[in-house]
Design a binder for this molecule. Structure first.
Ligand SMILES: C[S@@+](CC[C@H](N)C(=O)[O-])C[C@H]1O[C@@H](n2cnc3c(N)ncnc32)[C@H](O)[C@@H]1O
Length: 346
């Protein structure tokens, strides 16, 4: 082992990672203080901002400088600060829900589970049930609805920010008269985009009963898309309703083990008419994309959660086959780590 001082690059990286917890807390603090909203479109001085958010000017200045070092806000000269693209997307009036991505990482559930990473890697056993006494899905739905609400909002944000849903919507191509079922579609963000893009298509959202009341208001009774959508409460591990031409599983399969995925696909094959399309949108193992580190972290998180994992195309092909579906091919989605794997019901 050399005793030479490590490179500047290695030392900087060490401290960036060592202080990673602080970066997340600082961004969350800015959100809690409503700083992104107080700043608005024009540069503002620290005193003015401190008065607007009810903060100590000196401490707020230090927070702003710390945040500007990680890309949130920038010094605009004369002691003023302005938004960067990154800080502007966490404004509460931004359409992306980017603040929910931060809040999900910051909240106690991932923080607590991640403390058990070494133990989970040593044993290969899921940490989540040991810590929370139940699995993650049940915990979010039944035990901690506030955390569940943050989870669901983060999933909605992921559809836009991580999955580049406009590109996904184009890739899905729904012909007139098509009925698409989004299984485990959360609050319906993707379904809204599909129905708006394809006005001659109809949709079904299949979700756990506890999630359905929170769906996007455009899909609810009286909403702009309500007459073209059916909201169904159910559990796809038990059964999947028939009647759709396209069954969509976006970021669902990585949560489950192979037997459960095969069972869900079998349920779909049994319910759907011959010729129906089954589309899995998921993160592949070892994909070459800027989001690779994010998806690799999710893969390790699945060890902690229990059961789920990222898969290869071959893994999915084998699962389609096991469920009696005919695999058709894989399409990549621009600006996303996920791919679209398509199979048909024979
Ligand atoms: C990781 S999230 C993905 C949500 C959405 N598809 C997306 O890509 O943003 C998984 C979703 O599956 C739903 N879910 C979990 N278990 C389910 C089940 N057994 N049947 C139907 N939906 C389920 C959850 O409520 C949650 O909304």
């Amino acid at each position: 082992m050399t005793t030479e001082l490590p490179s500047l690059e290695a030392r900087v990286k060490l401290y960036q990672i060592g202080q990673g917890f602080a970066a997340l807390q600082f961004v969350q603090a800015a959100i809690d203080l409503k700083l992104p909203d107080a700043l608005g479109d024009e540069p503002r001085g620290i005193d003015e901002l401190a008065a607007a958010v009810g903060a100590d000017p000196d401490a707020l200045g230090r927070l702003l400088r710390a945040l500007s070092c990680i890309g949130f806000f920038a010094e605009a000269g004369n002691g003023k600060f302005q938004h960067t693209e990154l800080s502007s997307i966490i404004r509460s009036d931004a359409p992306w829900g980017a603040a929910d991505v931060i809040r999900f990482g910051w909240m106690h559930v991932p923080m607590t589970v991640l403390e058990h990473t070494a133990e989970a890697v040593r044993t290969g056993e899921a940490a989540f049930p040991k810590v929370f006494g139940t699995n993650a899905q049940s915990y979010f739905v039944n035990d901690d609805p506030d955390a569940g609400a943050i989870f669901n909002r983060a999933m909605t944000a992921n559809t836009l920010l991580l999955n580049n849903s406009p590109a996904l919507v184009e890739a899905l191509k729904l012909p007139p008269g098509e009925t698409v079922m989004d299984v485990g579609g959360g609050h319906g963000q993707l379904l809204v985009q599909l129905l708006e893009r394809y006005p001659a298509a109809t949709g079904v959202l299949l979700e756990l009963a506890q999630i359905v009341p929170g769906v996007d208001e455009r899909l609810r009774a009286g909403g702009s898309l309500a007459d073209r959508v059916e909201l169904v409460a159910g559990d796809c591990r038990e059964s999947v309703p028939g009647g759709a031409n396209t069954y969509l599983y976006k970021h669902m399969m990585y949560m489950w083990d192979d037997d459960t995925v095969a069972q869900i696909l079998r349920n779909t094959a049994e319910a759907a008419d011959s010729g129906s399309r089954v589309v899995v949108v998921d993160m592949l193992l070892g994909a070459d994309s800027p989001f690779e580190a994010v998806c690799t972290a999710v893969d390790l998180l699945m060890v902690l959660m229990g059961g789920g994992k990222r898969r290869s195309v071959q893994d999915f092909t084998a699962l389609f086959e096991k469920a009696g579906l005919r695999y058709q091919g894989v399409t990549s989605i621009e600006g996303d780590q996920s791919v679209l794997l398509t199979a048909v019901v024979p």
